[in-house]
Design a protein around this ligand. Structure first.
Ligand SMILES: Nc1nc2c(ncn2[C@@H]2O[C@H](COP(=O)(O)OP(=O)(O)OP(=O)(O)O)[C@@H](O)[C@H]2O)c(=O)[nH]1
Length: 248
């Protein structure tokens, strides 16, 4: 099957190649109108996805021609929901959300991820301008879903979330924000206000001049089943407690 010239023209118009020094380029696709209904709010976002390319894929035409054989369903692609005038607004809120299959999709109460995802989307729409990056290669702080299930078995035996990653031979946190940062740079020039409790996320954006001095904390969704996890994030992972954060 070949893609016709008319279809190619239509799609190429929605594609942008982003330089990613030291790596293959990033192909960003969008905006695509995405009406969202989320229980207590609804909004229309502009949705973008991106693909980190290998060196052999150089052009938008190459991307389209390689699609049918690329097996993309077997790899993870990240995306971003953009709200309001994200490019130009003076102050925009950004959430760099790490995928959590159990918390985001199933509503697991072992963690606060589902709460954070929902709440940050709501905060962005209430503020009027911002973006939610959904980072699909971050599962389990970088260890993947299968390994996270093994970590959960160890946590059921009493290890905390950091000890469980170490017991499996992993670093506690191997997440990279590089691809998302390149996409953020393509979508906006000015610094953003990050919604996070994680100092590593702040540092990753600040060292590129992309995050404002202040940030917004996102504690909440506390339950009996996630309180030990949240406590461990403060005690061992350096997450910033509520009282040390700035609120807009
Ligand atoms: N390995 C492991 N990963 C977990 C566990 N619970 C949640 N996660 C993953 O941790 C990531 C979220 O990390 P958190 O530490 O909760 O939060 P954060 O992203 O560092 O910081 P915030 O921006 O404040 O949310 C997601 O990728 C989840 O899949 C766990 O017990 N073990």
């Amino acid at each position: 099957m070949i893609i016709t010239p008319q279809i190619k023209e239509l799609l190429i118009d929605k594609m942008q190649m982003i330089k990613n020094p030291g790596k293959g380029e990033i192909c960003l696709v969008g905006p695509i109108k995405l009406p969202v209904e989320q229980g207590d709010f609804s909004a229309i976002f502009q949705w973008y996805t991106w693909l980190e390319l290998d060196d052999k894929i150089q052009t938008k035409e190459d991307v389209l021609e390689s699609l049918a054989t690329a097996n993309l369903a077997f790899a993870q692609q990240s995306s971003v929901l953009v709200y309001g005038d994200f490019k130009q607004s003076e102050q925009a809120l950004v959430r760099m959300h790490s995928i959590c299959h159990t918390g985001d999709i199933f509503g697991s109460q072992r963690c606060d991820c589902g709460y954070q995802l929902h709440q940050s989307m709501k905060m962005i729409t209430e503020h009027g301008s911002g973006a939610l990056f959904y980072l699909a290669d971050h599962e389990g702080r970088g260890i993947g879903l299968f390994s996270k299930s093994l970590a959960y078995i160890l946590q059921q035996e009493g290890l905390d979330t950091v000890e469980a990653n170490h017991a499996l031979g992993f670093e506690d946190d191997t997440r990279s924000y590089e691809g998302a940062i390149r996409v953020l740079e393509a979508l906006r020039d000015k610094p953003v206000v990050l919604i996070t409790n994680n100092p590593k996320k702040l540092e990753a954006l600040r060292e590129r001049g992309l995050a404002a001095d202040e940030h917004i904390s996102l504690w909440g969704g506390l339950t009996d089943t996630n309180s030990f996890y949240l406590d461990t994030k403060i005690k061992k992972s350096g997450h910033i407690p509520q009282e040390n954060t700035f609120a807009i």
